[in-house]
Design a protein around this ligand. Structure first.
Ligand code: PLP
Length: 386
């Protein structure tokens, strides 16, 4: 195997996705599986669909086209507002998009009309995090516009919190979204159905749902991080019962020496800004891995016990390897956070390895983790059946 590489355990991701799909179903919430952190990898998309997500979502049209080329037929939502310059590609590859701009919606309508397609529109509502979204008072006008444009269909509302300002989903902001959905449905004429989607947000909504939030009209969440990393993005805590080690990043040692812990000479800036403040703890076993800022966000790497990340430059990751001196040519694996994962998946220098079914023997029924047994009861997924 070559390095650096990112290893993605699709079995663990399957369990994470299936567990979240099952838990959310009990609250009447469907899951849109978000593939953007893995650049729309078809391997991931297929596993998410097998686990029961009702649709896929990605922020980039290139990723959606990649999944379509791989033969994925499920509904796919473009979860970033489309660029006007890409509307033809959007209506060709995506069934639905999240929208906030009347000009974009008009352009989607004419692109869809040219190719005789129907394109679904979810209107995003600003609820306080100040990223995308219509101010609630402007929604009525936009729905009016949608009702007169051909080949685009209003299918519901959405919101996104936590990504820019860390605003947490709660009964207030989610209640605003539900009340808006009720108001819009109430104002529609008696023959029309209630809107089909009220997509409350992303992985940061899970804590609100599972801690007894008042769900009201919310019937969909768009989940990436929670499935891939088993982690709640609001507090970066593991989500009970999910695997937090489904994805690993591995690099190779290219230098291993005993060196002083404190640099010497006149200190100025480094390539990436202020130098770290080095404590003088005497000599240390220092190893260099052949992976750097161009491949990963070094601050988002969780090293194995006994190893500390000291810093990184474009192509080098510096480690204090504690009590053992590493052999040149040996490897070190890390658990990446979302930021490290995103950059590693996007780096052409990092090999992507998808692992499936290699752990079946370990995961036979008697060995299935307790949470899997609890989630499935007697209906254990086929991987677990003897
Ligand atoms: C990235 C994104 C998501 C998924 O977010 P996670 O925190 O990975 O679950 C959902 N919705 C939108 C609009 C996004 O941009």
């Amino acid at each position: 195997m070559s390095s650096p590489r990112i290893e993605i355990d699709l079995d663990k991701i399957f369990y994470n996705a299936k567990t979240l799909v099952t838990r959310l179903k009990a609250h009447g919430i469907s899951v849109t599986g978000v593939t953007k952190a893995c650049c729309g990898a078809p391997q991931l998309a297929k596993v998410l669909l097998r686990a029961g997500v009702t649709s896929l979502g990605d922020s980039r049209i290139e990723n959606i086209e990649r999944m379509r080329k791989a033969g994925i037929k499920s509904p796919i939502t473009l979860i970033r507002s489309p660029m006007i310059s890409q509307v033809d590609r959007v209506v060709a590859a995506a069934d639905i998009s999240l929208n906030t701009e009347p000009d974009v919606i008009r352009a989607l309508s004419s692109a869809a009309r040219k190719t005789r397609k129907q394109h679904g529109i979810i209107l995003m509502i600003e609820l306080g995090d100040l990223r995308e979204g219509l101010m609630p008072c402007d929604v009525g006008k936009t729905i009016q516009l949608l009702s007169i444009l051909p080949n685009v269909t209003f299918i519901g509302l959405g919101a996104n919190l936590a990504c820019r300002n860390g605003i947490s989903p709660d009964n207030d902001n989610m209640g605003t979204l539900s009340a808006l959905a009720n108001r819009i449905d109430g104002a529609a004429d008696a023959t029309s159905h209630p809107m089909s989607v009220v997509s409350g947000g992303n992985s940061s909504n899970l804590d609100w749902v599972f801690s007894g939030g008042n769900i009201r009209r919310i019937n969909n969440l768009r989940l990436g991080e929670a499935i891939l990393l088993g982690c709640d993005p609001l507090h970066r805590q593991p989500i009970h019962g999910l695997y937090t080690d489904a994805i690993r990043l591995t690099g190779e040692v290219i230098e291993s020496k005993t060196k002083p812990s404190k640099p010497w000479g006149t200190i100025a800036q480094t390539t990436f800004g202020e130098p770290p403040i080095a404590q003088d703890v005497g000599d240390v076993f220092q190893a260099i891995l052949a992976i750097g800022q161009q491949d990963v966000d070094p601050s988002g790497l969780c090293p194995p016990d006994g190893i500390e990340v000291l810093g990184a430059s474009s192509d080098h990751l510096l480690l204090n390897t504690g009590t053992t001196q590493m052999r040149v040519g040996s490897e070190v694996s890390f658990l990446p956070d979302y930021s490290a994962l995103l950059r590693a998946m996007t780096s052409p220098y990092v090999e992507k390895t998808y692992i499936e079914k290699v752990e079946i023997s370990r995961l036979m029924p008697q060995a299935a983790p307790a949470f899997v047994r609890a989630a499935y009861g007697s209906g254990l997924p086929h991987q677990y059946r003897a």
